[in-house]
Ligand binder design. Sequence first.
Ligand SMILES: C[S@@+](CC[C@H](N)C(=O)[O-])C[C@H]1O[C@@H](n2cnc3c(N)ncnc32)[C@H](O)[C@@H]1O
Length: 259
Amino acid sequence: MEVVDNQIYDKVSNTWWNEDGFMAILRTAVNPPRFNYFQKILNELQLNPKQLRVLDVGCGGGLLSEQFAALGCQVTGIDQSVPSLDAAKAHASAMDLQIEYLQGNAERLPFPDQSFDVVCCCDVLEHLDSVDTVIQELSRVLKPGGLFFFDTINRTLASRLFVVKLAQDCVLTRFVPRNVHVWEKFIKPHELASTLRQFSFPQSSFVGLAPRSNPFPALVAFARRKFGQISFAELGENIRLQESKSLAISYMGFSVKAL
Ligand SMILES: C[S@@+](CC[C@H](N)C(=O)[O-])C[C@H]1O[C@@H](n2cnc3c(N)ncnc32)[C@H](O)[C@@H]1O
């Protein structure tokens, strides 16, 4: 099996918040729909954001940390990439947001048991050496009844074609560096549900995160990006994902830790 290139986040750290780097796709295509979903769940559970201590595991440049902080949550972000954390700190400061950013490994979270009300681990599970170890750790630091939010990529033929072959491997179509994703590391929802059950999350909810049904604007945007006519941020806006019944490629969800 090929190895996921997690060093890439050191090299592209200046692109989390700019228009033209490839992390802009995560910011403009993925972050808005997943945060809308997380916010909807917080509302449904009648949780007051101002009373929540949130941990963002694998926070990168702080895309989600900032959204939770803007809601009024007390946020800590942890990541192994120092350059990404530097970008996150600089951006939070420019936005006048108070967020604690720490360098560390998701497999050994430097927090006491039951410290957080919410833990999110988004677009990270498919990058890890040991998903079990990280879920065990984040369950440990979550309070009983606390919420775990996630999004990740399903291991299907569709994800192999779109996320690995077309987006990353094929010279004609690729727009993501090689080995950002390794297909064998993708996780089927039932596998994640089973790991979560093992570590005190008896039930999980899953929804798809998929492109709009009309693929035409996205295909035009891919071509325009190939010819340098639009930025990565504009590409992301054109392929903006949305909540979907199809879990065939990406999915997100939440689990509540047992009391
Ligand atoms: C695709 S990025 C996702 C960033 C952020 N969660 C988001 O969705 O905007 C994956 C992040 O996970 C971090 N990461 C990967 N493995 C990690 C580990 N074992 N411990 C801490 N961070 C890790 C990487 O450095 C990178 O910033």
